[in-house]
Design a protein around this ligand. Structure first.
Ligand SMILES: Nc1ncnc2c1ncn2[C@@H]1O[C@H](COP(=O)(O)OP(=O)(O)OP(=O)(O)O)[C@@H](O)[C@H]1O
Ligand SMILES: [Mg+2]
Length: 298
């Protein structure tokens, strides 16, 4: 449904994006994570046809995003990272203008979104708070009920209640079979929605992970504590997938379907503590976020 191939845009001084490759299948949600300045928005701008690739290409639904942006727009709802709305209109006038531009005749989905996000569109946009503007942008971006959603940090500027609402909205859209590219720094949002996660750093994809693997949905990790090395050695001989993580602590990885067998095996061992090591998305990704840059004199 969405394809990025060898996408390169070199802004000089090591900035830009370099040989970025990924695909999103129909109905899939891909999380696009990375520190500030990593290249998320630049990649997304190519998908919207706003920027021409230096090298490589981007395609949505078989159409080249650079040469056929008008075709691509028919399928895509895009929420930019920074929304710029005309100051001299009311929210209602803006919605009306965008509806006419996109030839939207049916208001049902628009009304659903207005209600969901509790949008007050009466006032002038000049007087709207940041959050109100973002809510308006969300409603306008998705009022045509597009098949593909491209979201660049969609919940930045929204309060916690609205962030929750937005997660609910994405989960519902996913259930309805939408294809979603989500650039985000908000871990709960990524955890609740994404099937896969790509991490970009300094313009390059540095990791591609399956969310189910990450969340230990297929397997679980247990840490077992022992009082002495011989008890530990006995346990070592019982399990296949294991490693010593502290002097008297063994971590065992168990496939979901083998968990009851695992507990039976434990009965014959001298274990004094057991702890499930739950996966923490935030902890995992923070390593990628940390910068190895050192301060240089200006
Ligand atoms: N038009 C441009 N000209 C020159 N450099 C640019 C341009 N656009 C982006 N850059 C640089 O490219 C890099 C990637 O920027 P980009 O906006 O894609 O990052 P990002 O991952 O979206 O970051 P953030 O999380 O802060 O939104 C940055 O170093 C940025 O300074
Ligand atoms: Mg950005």
């Amino acid at each position: 449904m969405l394809k990025v191939e060898h996408l390169t845009k070199d802004f000089g001084h090591g900035r830009g994006i370099f040989d970025v490759n990924f695909e999103i299948n129909k109905g899939e949600v891909l999380g696009f994570l990375g520190p500030n300045g990593a290249g998320k928005s630049t990649t997304i701008r190519h998908l919207m046809g706003f920027t021409k690739p230096g090298q490589g290409k981007v395609e949505i639904n078989g159409f080249d995003c650079t040469n056929k942006p008008q075709e691509v727009m028919k399928y895509v709802g895009y929420l930019p990272g920074e929304v710029a709305l005309p100051d001299d209109m009311t929210g209602g006038q803006f919605i009306k203008m965008m509806k006419a531009m996109r030839h939207i005749k049916d208001d049902r989905y628009l009304n659903h979104l207005i209600e969901l996000f509790d949008l007050d569109y009466q006032g002038s946009m000049k007087k709207m708070s940041l959050g109100e503007k973002r809510k308006l942008a969300v409603v306008v971006a998705f009022m045509a009920d597009p098949e593909i959603l491209i979201l660049d940090e969609p919940t930045s500027g929204l309060d916690p209640v609205m962030q929750e609402k937005f997660i609910e909205f994405m989960v519902e859209e996913k259930r309805r079979g939408k294809t979603i590219l989500l650039s985000s720094h908000i871990f709960p949002e990524v955890e609740a929605t994404c099937d896969r996660i790509n991490i970009i750093k300094e313009g390059r994809i540095v990791a591609e992970v399956d969310a189910a693997d990450l969340k230990n949905e297929r397997q679980k990790n247990f840490q077992l504590g022992f009082t002495n090395p011989s008890n530990l050695a006995q346990a070592m001989s019982v399990f296949d997938n294991k490693k010593i993580v502290q002097p008297l602590v063994l971590e065992v990885t168990v496939a979901k379907e083998r968990i009851s067998d695992f507990f039976k095996q434990l009965a014959d061992l001298k274990v004094i503590a057991i702890n499930e090591r739950r996966f923490n998305l935030e902890k995992y990704f923070l390593d990628f976020y940390r910068s190895d840059k050192v301060f240089e004199e200006i």
